[in-house]
Design a binder for this molecule. Structure first.
Ligand SMILES: Cc1ncc(C[n+]2csc(CCOP(=O)(O)OP(=O)(O)O)c2C)c(N)n1
Ligand SMILES: [Mg+2]
Length: 621
């Protein structure tokens, strides 16, 4: 397209390049290192700048935007400190294969390499976690760099790109034309490969499909659902990818998450044919590379992935198909359906086992978390969006919420705490007409809960459910398994989250018992502003399958030849610091901190002080 060329500053050229790529939102925390860009955005009617309160929040929102839309989420941060804060979002985008483009205001070009004020070497810092990290030194090349960034972020295996933009480069002027938006270059599976896939599948007795990774489209999910249905193939999904196949589909057989149903693990071990689509067959998926043996798995492996570099990285496939998700799914859907009677019982059992996991789980204490999940599941429409933080609480939504539509789940597959709240804000920004519910632990909430201010500032209304157990529960559980009764560094003193929310101008309510939840949830969904429900759960409800005490006692038994040592029994919830000797802690010591009869607060619980070891958890509410 012919364009009238005129002189522009680098900042303006960059904003125009973003406009050319239809960028409508940029998340960030301002810095004096990119004033020219902020000034360009001042005039750009089509780009809203979402001012955040911490760069981790901004980068997480940009990542979630990328997951929600399939287009790169754009983030702006300032030099070293901003880039360092934001790096968690880049790591999420990397491990979750999410398109993202982050710009870092950089020291002036003449200072580069002198370790100037706040300087960081962007290329080295982000060398491992990005698909591409570079610095733009010439304003005339901004359109070229932005074009490459958008191509790179979306093509093949999607991922993050980080570009440093020196502040003097942004001020310099150039005469340069804008580029056309980046084109997606899909890769198609070959005809011969599809025939071979058909043949390998026809020989299977216990086939399994695994869906995961990034780069999916709604059509791709529909096409694979049709293929799974026509061939009755039991299908598992990667950790936090349950929205790739309708959980009510007759082939859906569960997710390869942490703390999954052991039958799911067994199913993958038993499979004689695995069709892995989009998944890297990574650490979590394969339970630390044990469910499939590297490099040559016991099952026939067909690996479909959009990047040739991933093929054979850990597992040698029998058939490697380099293809993008939509193109592979469209092709596989057209294969002649196979006679599935050979695996009829296998698929039925897989589905049955999954349905069994939905049956009510026991939840100790005054709040029945199963019932909470039942309320969430029945109250929300199917297009509601769920965002997850990292932590054990996420086992409840991951197990009991049924995802039926694509892009209704945003969760950090890299297990980064602090994701849930920013992701909820980004999701509600992108889809204001849909309910957005964020699940987060008390630990994760205190990492990025400050972004409530961002939600209020921009009028965004996610519902945040804080699973408050007064501890970094996940680590506490690991601790109890490895070092039973020796609680170290995992207990927390929390503010009153309902009042905390209220102080931001959000709706806040404390949930003390099961019956409190449904009316509060209703109000949260309909109040028209951001809402926080502080679910003061029993710390015993450490997973959907076991209590904290059970985990501790199992570990103690293992340490003591199968019997529980005298005085070691801990039958009450154990959120409080637990006796470092094996004597039973006094009864009141295990009361959750918010219970009215909880003992007097103490401000610290030094690890070394034996007298404090039996001190109750500080009351905070
Ligand atoms: C950014 C980050 N820091 C630390 C960890 C290690 N970690 C994993 S889960 C967890 C505890 C989470 O606590 P909380 O959010 O309260 O959830 P809970 O496990 O209690 O349900 C920690 C510290 C992590 N995954 N991410
Ligand atoms: Mg917790």
């Amino acid at each position: 397209m012919a364009q009238a060329l005129h002189t522009r500053t680098g900042g303006r050229i960059l904003v125009d390049a973003l406009k050319a790529h239809s960028v409508d939102t940029a998340f960030g925390v301002p810095g004096e290192s990119y004033l020219e860009v902020l000034d360009g955005i001042y005039d750009a009617q089509s780009i809203r700048f979402m001012t955040c309160r911490h760069e981790a929040g901004a980068a997480n929102m940009a990542e979630a935007y990328g997951k929600m839309t399939g287009n790169p989420g754009v983030c702006f941060v300032t030099r070293g400190p901003g880039a360092c804060h934001a790096s968690v979002g880049v790591h999420i985008a990397h491990q979750d294969s999410t398109p993202m483009v982050m710009f870092v205001g950089q020291v002036p070009r003449p200072f580069v390499g002198r370790e100037a004020f706040q300087e960081v070497d962007i290329e080295r810092m982000f060398g491992w976690t990005t698909k591409w990290a570079a610095q733009i030194d010439d304003p005339a090349r901004i359109p070229e760099f932005v074009s490459r960034a958008f191509h790179t972020a979306r093509s093949g295996r999607p991922g993050p790109v980080v570009l440093a933009i020196p502040e003097d480069m942004q001020r310099e002027t150039a005469v340069v034309a804008d580029v056309e938006p980046a084109m997606l270059a899909p890769s198609y599976p070959g005809h011969m490969e599809m025939r071979r896939l058909h043949k390998l599948l026809s020989r299977a007795e216990r086939p399994l499909m695994i869906l995961g990774g990034g780069g999916w489209t709604s059509e791709a999910c529909d096409d694979l659902a049709a293929f799974a249905k026509a061939n009755h193939i039991p299908t598992l999904v990667d950790f936090r990818r349950q929205d790739l196949l309708n959980n009510r589909h007759p082939s859906y057989a569960g997710d390869l998450a942490y703390a999954k149903d052991p039958k799911v693990s067994e199913r993958l071990r038993q499979a004689d044919f695995v069709l892995a689509v989009g998944t890297r067959l990574g650490d979590v998926t394969t339970e630390g590379y044990t469910l499939l043996q590297p490099p040559r798995p016991q099952a026939t492996l067909v690996h479909v992935y959009p990047d040739t570099n991933e093929m054979g990285r850990v597992y040698q496939p029998d058939l490697a198909i380099v293809a993008s998700m939509a193109e592979f799914a469209a092709a596989v859907k057209t294969l002649e359906p196979l006679d599935w009677m050979a695996w009829g019982d296998w698929v039925k059992a897989a589905r049955y086992d999954y349905l069994e996991t939905l049956e009510a789980a026991e939840s100790p204490g005054n709040i029945d978390l199963y019932k909470v999940m039942d309320t969430v599941r029945t109250r929300l429409p199917q297009d509601a969006i769920i965002t997850l933080d990292a932590g054990n609480f996420s086992g409840w939504p991951q197990r009991f919420y049924q995802f039926t539509q694509f892009r209704t789940l945003l969760g950090p597959a890299n297990g980064a705490m602090g994701y849930g709240v920013p992701a909820g804000i980004a999701a509600k920004l992108v889809a204001p007409e849909k309910p957005v519910v964020s699940f987060v632990g008390d630990g994760g909430f205190m990492m990025t809960g400050n972004e409530l201010a961002t939600a209020i500032h921009h009028g965004i209304a996610p519902v945040i459910l804080v699973f408050n157990n007064g501890m970094y529960g996940t680590i506490r559980l690991h601790q109890e398994k490895r070092f039973p009764t020796r609680v170290s560094g995992t207990d927390l003193t929390n503010p009153d989250f309902a009042k905390f929310a209220d102080s931001f101008g959000a709706f806040g309510a404390a949930i003390e018992k099961t019956e409190d939840f449904a009316p509060a949830f209703e109000e949260a969904l309909t109040c028209g502003r951001a809402a926080v429900l502080d679910i003061r759960m029993d710390p015993e409800a450490i997973t959907t399958r076991s209590t904290l005490t059970q985990a501790r006692e199992t570990a103690l038994r293992a340490q003591h030849g199968g019997t529980l040592p005298a005085g070691a029994r801990t039958s009450k919830p154990a959120s409080a610091p637990v006796a470092t000797n094996s004597e039973e802690a006094p009864a009141g010591a295990f009361a959750p901190p918010w219970q009215s009869n909880a003992p007097t607060p103490s401000t610290s619980t030094p690890r070394q002080a034996p007298a404090m070891a039996q001190t109750p958890e500080p009351a905070t509410t």
